[in-house]
Write a protein that binds this ligand. Structure first.
Ligand code: ZN
Length: 181
């Protein structure tokens, strides 16, 4: 089973608080957040976390410009959702390779007022393409990645830098460096 890549080059939960990770983490534990908010300055490149197919690549409600990438992992089918995007690269139906750039982050949908340290990619792992509100039809991304990067930054190298680093899971103070493809 191929490892998943992380969606950004530098992956860390916005403001390092669990309210911006997955679960019933908002309004004192009464309101759900369906994914991770990964801090990202405006127009940060987003990458395919796995080989898969683009099943949605246009605006959708509060999520703004949304990409849904359908992929298989551990014999399960999932959809990675990338939301509030500024620019989307692939067309719907495109077949995408892991680590291919697919979008630039933005402030579309209900992220329009975000700025500074709140700029982010909203990232979900779904078990169906279009679940409703609440947490149903999603899983905690930490289930697939092992943990949420709160208080740490996961640096995902890709392509040529894989050879340069040649290491897997190297722990650098404050930063985890994972190998590329
Ligand atoms: Zn969010």
């Amino acid at each position: 089973m191929a490892a998943l890549s992380w969606p950004l080059a530098h992956n860390t939960i916005r403001r390092q608080v669990k309210n911006n990770a997955f679960g019933n983490v908002r309004n004192g534990g009464t309101r759900p957040h369906q994914g991770w908010d990964l801090y990202a300055p405006l127009f940060t490149p987003c990458y395919a976390i796995a080989d898969g197919k683009i099943e949605w690549a246009r605006p959708r409600g509060d999520l703004g410009n949304l990409v849904l990438l359908r992929f298989e992992h551990g014999r399960q089918i999932y959809w990675a959702a990338y939301a509030h995007l500024g620019v989307i690269f692939p067309a719907e139906g495109a077949l995408i390779a892991r680590n291919e750039p697919i979008a630039l982050t933005g402030t579309t949908g209900n992220a329009a007022s975000m700025s500074g340290d709140d700029l982010h990619l909203h990232f979900e792992i779904r078990t169906m393409p279009f679940p409703g509100n609440g947490l149903g039809g999603r899983v905690d991304p930490a289930l697939l990645y092992g943990y949420a990067p709160i208080g740490s930054t996961i640096v995902q190298t890709r392509g040529e830098s894989r050879t340069a680093s040649g290491v897997k899971g190297l722990l650098v103070p404050g930063v985890n460096v994972l190998e590329g493809p």
